[in-house]
Design a protein around this ligand. Structure first.
Ligand code: UTP
Length: 235
């Protein structure tokens, strides 16, 4: 059986400020996928909604009370970003599933038949972090990698606290004490790891790796099971 890896790719990674950096990041990601494919690995990429999700939700946030409806808008944003990557990888001949699956079960079954599966969100009530954790558990990946735009999990939000300390390693319980466990975020709200994903990782006894996905080398190291710059979270 091939070794399977699952990566949650934060939506913000698809849109660096500079167009030049954007092409470079897409190019390096593409190269990494070709390399993994060449080594007979399977890869599930679960892409976040980033700007389109937040923008869509923002348009009607004051007008719609039902949070599940806002979540559906967010999911549409994740699927747009997933389609961008799916088409990019297909265009260079990677064996990518021809559909963007709508459930973890469908993604798991597509991973039996294709080297790469790219998906976004599934149902309201959580973010793509949770989808990625569930897919990682379903395909028995070593861990679920959460590639975002911060380098480490910190003791506090480093954007607002100068004394926030980065963790190189920690346990899921310690992560849960920071993020909360099993409490859904507001539609479009972001956290270093979704509390619903922390709960799913606890349920599955699955390790997590949180790293800065702007640097593809860190992502490759984590996929290869090498020491990587970021936070390793043990179940
Ligand atoms: P994201 O997974 O993009 O959330 O989902 P995020 O944590 O903000 O990730 P980044 O910033 O892109 O990395 C965006 C929104 O889509 C809805 C939620 O409202 C979420 O906040 N969503 C997403 C769901 O309801 N279910 C899903 O499976 C995925």
């Amino acid at each position: 059986m091939s070794i399977s890896h699952v990566v949650a790719l934060g939506g913000s990674l698809l849109r660096p400020e500079e167009a030049q950096q954007r092409s470079r990041w897409f190019g390096l990601l593409r190269q990494m996928v070709v390399h993994l494919e060449g080594n007979g690995r399977r890869l599930g990429l679960v892409v976040g909604g980033g700007l389109p999700a937040r923008e869509g939700i923002g348009l009607v946030k004051d007008l719609i009370e039902d949070r599940h409806r806002l979540d559906e808008i967010g999911i549409a944003g994740t699927r747009l970003n997933a389609t961008v990557l799916q088409q990019l990888l297909q265009s260079i001949g990677c064996d990518v599933a021809p559909v963007v699956p709508t459930s973890v079960e469908q993604a798991r079954s597509l991973m039996d038949r294709h080297n790469v599966v790219v998906m976004g969100g599934t149902v309201p009530g959580h973010t793509t972090d949770t989808v990625a954790v569930k897919l990682a558990a379903a395909v028995q990946a070593r861990h679920c990698i959460i590639a975002t735009n911060v380098a480490y999990v910190h003791s506090k939000d480093p954007r607002y606290h100068d004394d926030a300390e980065p963790f190189v390693s920690m346990t899921l319980d310690e992560l849960g004490a920071i993020t909360g466990v099993g409490v859904p975020l507001d539609p479009g709200a972001s956290a270093v790891v979704d509390p619903m994903a922390v709960e799913a990782a606890m349920d599955a006894s699955l390790d997590l790796a949180v790293l800065d996905g702007r640097d593809i080398a860190r992502l490759e190291a984590a996929i290869d099971g090498q020491p990587f710059e970021g936070t390793l979270i043990r179940a």
